[in-house]
Ligand binder design. Sequence first.
Ligand code: UDP
Length: 240
Amino acid sequence: MKKPEKLIVDGKRLDGRTPDELRPLKIEAGILERADGSASVELGANKVLAAVYGPREMHPRHLQQPDTAVLRCRYNMAPFSVDERKRPGPDRRSVEISKVTREALEPVLFLELYPRSAIDVFIEVLQADAGTRTAGITAAAVALADAGVPMRDMISSVAVGKIDDTRVLDLTKDEDNWGTTDMPIAMMPRKKLITLLQMDGHFAKEEFGQALDLAFKGCEQIYGAQRQALRDKYAIKKGE
Ligand code: UDP
């Protein structure tokens, strides 16, 4: 597709959304039998799975920490998940995303409860349309809760950005390509603490505040869907 003259026409984006609207979101918890915890997230055309194993004894043993568990995260993109086949295996991008995912999740975990252990988080992107790192973090947080790992708060994650000089929530690949700024955020939705903030492009100071507000609102919505997914899995009806 060629870059259209405008990415927002009459207040509507290329896919018909308003600037503060998320793509259609579907979250499911407990989808994999052999993982201790798991979740899937579909956000627009993104399809992402997360599987959690542990806390379990850390192997290899020399990586054990005597006073804490170690969180290990691996983000992986399937070769068929993108238009131009992605070469299988780790690359710079997936190593970076795995690292920031670990850092986004660690603050809500009580790792000190499980000395000498590992908690392993695997994120598999099956279909990508921008925002996969944030969808992966959202899925991983639900999978951790599904595994019964104690958590201080949930982690909800979404990207905000700027297209046609307008702040928008949850960019598609086209918006990411043709827009000027992409800012993935992860946060604790109840404590309102940010655990991931990256930025490709830039915001003026007041734009940054507005973008952050937009991300907070988006994360609140994602948090609602995360809780609902866990409620559905454990069949807790409202009021019980
Ligand atoms: N992408 C791609 N090939 C790659 C890596 C990324 O086509 O090897 C696409 C994919 O749709 C991805 C998007 O580019 O979602 C944006 O990638 P970015 O690195 O910004 O991460 P994301 O937005 O997915 O967290």
